[in-house]
Design a protein around this ligand. Structure first.
Ligand SMILES: *Cc1c(COP(=O)(O)O)cnc(C)c1O
Length: 377
């Protein structure tokens, strides 16, 4: 296999040597130059995945997905293990969530085995693009979009799913500098019954203004509160949140429950599971912004962190709310945050046993064994 992709994004500068990219990939700065594509047509159903050179999408300006927002996506990662083999992390769970997001927007739901097949084909083709550093990965971005040209408002009769791949550091940088977040006061991200739980394009468009204003005010992210009482903490625009409270018997973790307004983060779920194994009690619990503020002031709230596939696990060191700017703990990353991130990355890089069946081997001996049994099975 050659060092450079068969074909890069049109108009992109010729990529420097692959080794140089992999040493300092940044977050999704360099496409691998390949995509996987799966299509759906009414009547015909789903195509088999095709891995092909990266290219622009041919689109009629009347495309339904552009006008009415039938567009959902995922963000997932493939990691290199200690033995050099590559595995996707919780690929089937990402496929299931893409299906739920698609169903909410009346889009065709891709079978989970087709989703994981396409991801595995692309990652296998891009094997040399998977960096080896701890915390580094090949980020895979599946985008499912309605492709039919039609002015009337109705579900599309055709869809295309394009899987993009990029070598990546964690999106806030490999140093995991604590974030500053500010609670949104004017806008809301989601209400129960809406689309908040779906990873749909419209949710991100709706969050951009407030996020941009938060950044102009010196914060990294907006912290979303519920849309009814404007009181209950929900999540960030791309990450879930956890709180670490001082308990009588040591730290106690809470995270807001998923009741329709927040994205069911796979990182969030992984951390709830891993925390239990580390002897850290972790529960889903509604948390009011005033309880967070009081907890920071009294010291009852020891740590706060955000989590998601792209950013992994990153401390929240500063919180703006109701005109105040509060420092969480000493503003630095706390020990529980660091421990959970380490536990997650150790599983992802196969440094600890995969007791939950979260890794899908794509290359190496385990993948070869799977291939023998038929990867689609
Ligand atoms: C993707 C996303 C998350 C995190 O989900 P992961 O599965 O952990 O990557 C959290 N909140 C929002 C709004 C998201 O889009």
């Amino acid at each position: 296999m050659s060092e450079t992709p068969a074909s890069g994004p049109p108009g992109a500068p010729a990529p420097p040597a692959l080794d140089r990219i992999l040493r300092d990939p940044g977050f999704c700065r360099h496409s691998t130059g390949r995509v996987a594509v799966v299509e759906w047509e009414a009547g015909a159903g789903w195509s088999e995945p095709r891995v092909q050179p990266y290219d622009t999408l041919p689109m009629d300006p009347a495309t339904l997905g552009l006008h009415y927002g039938q567009a959902v996506f995922e963000g997932m990662k493939a990691f290199r293990g200690a033995d050099g083999s590559v595995s996707l992390f919780r690929a089937a769970d990402h496929g299931r969530r893409l299906g739920r997001s698609a169903a909410r927007l009346a889009m065709a739901e891709m079978p989970v085995d087709l989703f994981t097949w396409a991801c595995a084909e692309l990652v296998a083709a891009d094997e040399r693009w998977v960096p080896g550093g701890y915390g580094q990965s090949l980020y895979v971005r599946p985008l499912l979009i309605a492709t039919e040209a039609e002015m009337g408002l109705r579900p599309s009769h055709s869809y295309r799913c394009v899987f993009l791949a990029y070598p990546a550091d964690p999106c806030f940088g490999s140093g995991f500098r604590p974030l500053a977040v500010t609670a949104a006061t004017e806008t809301v991200r989601a209400v129960r019954g809406g689309t908040g739980e779906a990873k749909c394009a419209g949710n991100y468009a709706a969050s951009l203004l407030t996020r941009t204003e938060a950044q102009a005010a010196g914060y990294d992210e907006a912290l979303w509160l519920d849309g009814v009482e404007r009181r209950w903490v929900e999540e960030l625009s791309t990450m879930n949140v956890f709180f670490v409270w001082h308990g009588e018997d040591g730290p106690r973790l809470t995270t807001p429950p998923c009741d329709g307004t927040i994205v069911r983060g796979i990182t969030r779920d992984s951390l709830l599971t891993l925390a239990g194994g580390l002897g850290l009690p972790a529960v889903e619990e509604p948390t009011a912004i005033d309880a967070v503020r009081d907890g920071i002031r009294s010291g009852a709230l020891a740590e706060m962190f955000a989590c998601g596939t792209a950013g992994v696990v990153v401390a929240v060191g500063r919180l703006g709310t109701a005109g105040e700017d509060l420092v969480v703990g000493d503003g630095r990353e706390g020990p529980v945050t660091a421990r959970l991130r380490g536990a997650l990355l150790d599983v992802q890089h196969a440094r600890t046993p995969d007791t939950h069946g979260w890794l899908l081997p794509v290359t190496g001996p385990a993948a070869a064994a799977d291939e023998g049994e038929g990867r689609r099975a």
